[in-house]
Design a protein. Structure first.
Length: 183
């Protein structure tokens, strides 16, 4: 069932926040570089993710009040990215050029672990390489139930397709409904 759309929110990241995202992505890449990932395990993919996490944390802090940025604690990599009240939030960020065709996905074999650590996904996009300030688009959010009910598709470029649950763009919940969500 389509959800009423509204204009997406954007968050601008400063040069220091871009630098922080790069430092955090270097940490996670070192930690996971020898492990097979659900997607490509590159510095760029970790960097894109950190840009989205920093933007989402700042957006929640400004619009709902302080949240806990768990993504900043290297020892908590198996936890959700952000906690806000009772909400456990995972942030998923795509390079804007891949969003239309391959974005809004959770790998089928990643979903069970994600369901144990998060209730909500905030979807973001960013242009890579980012300019200063980096403009991160907070597209909206979905519940893990939304994701598990999404159709399963093979997405990605030829030779690297991944079996994913892919949310239709018109089924992503608007950020305004996250703002009114109970803590």
């Amino acid at each position: 069932m389509p959800i009423e759309r509204q204009a997406p929110s954007f968050w601008l990241l400063s040069e220091s926040q871009i630098t922080e995202a790069q430092e955090l992505s270097n940490q996670t890449l070192r930690r996971f570089e020898s492990l097979p990932g659900h997607y490509r395990n590159t510095n760029n993919s970790h960097f894109v993710g950190k840009l989205g996490e920093i933007a989402a944390q700042n957006w929640i802090d400004q619009n709902r009040g302080p949240c806990v940025p768990i993504f900043r604690d290297e020892s908590q990599q198996q936890s959700c990215d952000i906690k806000f009240g009772k909400s456990r939030i995972e942030v998923k960020t795509w390079n804007r050029s891949f969003w239309e065709k391959w974005g809004r996905c959770i790998a089928v074999n990643q979903l069970p672990a994600l369901e144990k650590k998060a209730d909500i996904i905030i979807w973001c996009t960013v242009s890579i390489p980012p300019r200063t300030p980096a403009k991160v688009q907070l597209v909206g959010w979905s519940t893990l139930t939304d994701v598990s009910n999404a159709p399963i598709r093979w997405t990605g470029p030829e030779g690297r397709k991944v079996r994913n649950h892919q949310i239709y763009q018109n089924e992503i919940r608007p950020l305004a409904s996250f703002l009114s969500k109970e803590r």
